[in-house]
Design a protein around this ligand. Structure first.
Ligand SMILES: *[C@@H]1O[C@H](CO)[C@@H](O)[C@H](O)[C@H]1NC(C)=O
Ligand SMILES: *[C@@H]1O[C@H](CO)[C@@H](O)[C@H](O)[C@H]1NC(C)=O
Length: 142
């Protein structure tokens, strides 16, 4: 029982959920604003709708693959989780995409952009951000 309580505390402590502006500043510093034409507000909107700014967000898909982390990167294409037949294009363990430190996730999201040259790979971006006025996602952050 004591062990269980300890485990829950450790898990809670490592589950980083960013605030909107906190994330906006990290993404800007990492060179995401204007990266292959994607604006900073696009990335903040994308991560809002894909993961609600939660580094630990995991979503199992019908095809058996899984989306990981703040950018919901998929185990069939971008990372290896040992359960999915993968291209592992980012050459990374999927668990590294759920770290509090999102630099690996950012590098992998950039890789997605380099391959696709647009944000359309992210369904939630298409549904909630594409063609929208995204000012509110970065307002008051800088
Ligand atoms: C990925 O990392 C996890 C946790 O660190 C580890 O348990 C697992 O074996 C690793 N998987 C692969 C495919 O390297
Ligand atoms: C976008 O919304 C902001 C307020 O949220 C407004 O000030 C701005 O004029 C809008 N931009 C466009 C192009 O509609």
């Amino acid at each position: 029982m004591r062990g269980l309580v300890f485990l829950v505390l450790v898990t809670a402590a490592s589950a980083k959920v960013f605030t909107r502006c906190e994330l906006a500043r990290i993404l800007k510093f990492a060179g995401m604003d204007g990266f292959h034409g994607a604006k900073l507000a696009d990335w903040v909107c994308l991560t809002k709708w894909e993961a609600d700014y939660d580094t630990q967000k995991v979503n199992r898909l019908k095809d058996g693959s899984t989306d990981y982390g703040i950018f919901q990167l998929n185990s069939k294409w971008w990372c290896s989780d040992g359960k999915t037949k993968t291209k592992n294009a980012c050459n990374i363990n999927c668990s590294a995409l759920m770290s509090d430190n999102i630099q690996a996730s950012i590098a992998c999201a950039k890789h997605v952009m380099l391959d696709h040259n647009r944000l359309h790979a992210w369904a939630e971006w298409r549904h909630h951000c594409m063609g929208q006025n995204l000012t509110k996602y970065i307002s008051g952050c800088f």
